[in-house]
Design a protein around this ligand. Structure first.
Ligand code: ADP
Length: 234
């Protein structure tokens, strides 16, 4: 439809801008890193007295670098797609949890795990992690008064293909059919200024690119389940 076309043009334009900004940040970062190395070598033995300070600068440069890399992956997935590897779903879920721990604690959310999948999936680790974190953070937002977050994985065949399914289930506010029909549209958000409305559209793109699918079931007042299906890695 025309609306979808306009949305995808907007998304493409946003990608261009983000990628441009990320590139601009890359250059000063490289200069800082280079000069930090010079400072270290000039200081020689005397660098020991400044070990903590130098390490902090190093770490923060590394952090900015990681953020820029993520932005580029988001903005220009075709160009910056990392290599895909075999992953066990349970391991990727485990990698995600520490990153959202502070949010889970704040909202008094109990986490349940049910790792049943025996197969592996083929996907870029950062991208799969990004998708899962999007879903988990959305689930947390849906449970401001606390609740249960269930993370489950199992082997599942779809259309004759072996694969795995990862469910992210919350006991949160749920969605009306009207909201449900729009959640994968770029820029659709009910969170006003707090939301970008990009999380689910980008997640869907990332999963589809690996031949998978992102689906959802929801009931207002009861909760929501998002399911990531991915083909098995041979
Ligand atoms: P954002 O989180 O920035 O709004 P998303 O694309 O991730 O963007 O989500 C779009 C919308 O889908 C959200 O604003 C919210 O209305 C709805 N949504 C997503 N996940 C859930 C969930 N687990 N429970 C209830 N509503 C959700």
């Amino acid at each position: 439809t025309t609306k979808q076309l306009i949305m995808s043009e907007k998304l493409a334009a946003l990608g261009e801008i983000t990628a441009g900004v990320a590139h601009e940040i890359n250059n000063p970062i490289a200069v800082m890193q280079g000069n930090l190395d010079v400072v270290r070598s000039v200081l020689g033995d005397r660098a020991e007295g400044l070990a903590t300070e130098l390490r902090l600068i190093d770490e923060q440069i590394h952090r900015v670098n990681q953020i820029v890399t993520k932005l580029l992956q988001f903005a220009k997935p075709e160009e910056y797609a990392g290599y895909v590897e075999r992953h066990s779903p349970a391991a990727v879920i485990s990698d995600c949890l520490p990153l959202v721990q502070h949010l889970l604690g704040k909202a008094a959310i109990k986490v349940e795990r049910d790792d049943q999948a025996t197969r592996h999936v083929l996907m870029n680790h950062t991208e799969l992690q990004q998708v899962l974190i999007n879903l988990i953070v959305n689930a947390i937002h849906a449970m401001p008064d606390g609740g249960r977050l269930r993370l489950a994985s199992r082997d599942e065949e779809r259309d004759g293909h072996d694969g795995i399914c990862i469910d992210v289930t919350d006991t949160g506010v749920g969605m009306t059919p009207q909201v449900l029909s729009r959640i994968f549209d770029p820029f659709f958000t009910t969170k006003r200024r707090q939301g970008t409305g990009l999380g689910l559209s980008i997640s869907q793109t990332l999963v589809s690119r690996q031949g998978g699918a992102l689906t959802v079931e929801s009931e207002p007042g009861r909760g929501t389940t998002f399911s990531i299906w991915l083909p098995e890695a041979d």
